[in-house]
Design a binder for this molecule. Structure first.
Ligand code: DQA
Length: 156
């Protein structure tokens, strides 16, 4: 099965420290290793990936704006901005392609301030609690939704 286009993978604040940041919660893989897995998974569907990690909200917003022309889908782990950033949420709302929110941990099972995702109202769905595997599941979801939107890559 083959699709075409680019998935923008966005990583928010502190995800650059994956591997050393609370491994019991976030795993031992570095962000580079996680992103490599995403690229390999996407390639199975003929999709390319571009990754941006930033600790600055504005960088992530600009990347979403650019994706409106460049990308067919966005996979986003916004880190703690998930719980606070209506600006990133507004930007994502303006992106017409497929949007999947990912979390390594399961925020719903953690502190109350993590229970709200501002992004949830504008994404197609969320994968949380499966560690790095969640990113690959997100790619599968993207491929399925892109297939459903007119391609030939339905997974079901
Ligand atoms: C996270 C969950 C957030 O609550 C936290 O602030 C992060 C990582 C996750 O992947 O589990 O930075 O998005």
């Amino acid at each position: 099965m083959s699709l075409t286009g680019e998935i923008l993978v966005l990583s928010g604040p502190n995800l650059d420290l994956l591997g050393e940041r609370d491994p019991a919660l976030y795993g031992t893989q570095t962000l580079a290793q996680v992103i490599e897995r995403v690229g390999a998974r996407a390639a199975r569907y003929g999709l390319s990936t571009r990754h941006l990690q930033s600790n600055a909200e504005s960088d992530l917003i600009v990347a979403v704006h650019e994706a409106r022309q460049a990308s067919v889908a966005i996979i986003v782990n916004a880190g703690a901005l998930t719980h606070t950033s209506w600006a990133l949420t507004d930007a994502l709302e303006l992106f017409a392609g497929v949007k999947v929110e990912v979390h390594l941990s399961n925020p719903a099972a953690r502190e109350p301030f993590r229970h709200l995702s501002t992004l949830a109202r504008v994404v197609d769905g969320t994968v949380a609690g499966f560690g790095a595997l969640g990113y690959e599941l997100a790619v599968d979801a993207v491929a399925s939704l892109l297939g459903a939107a007119g391609g030939s890559a339905r997974l079901d």
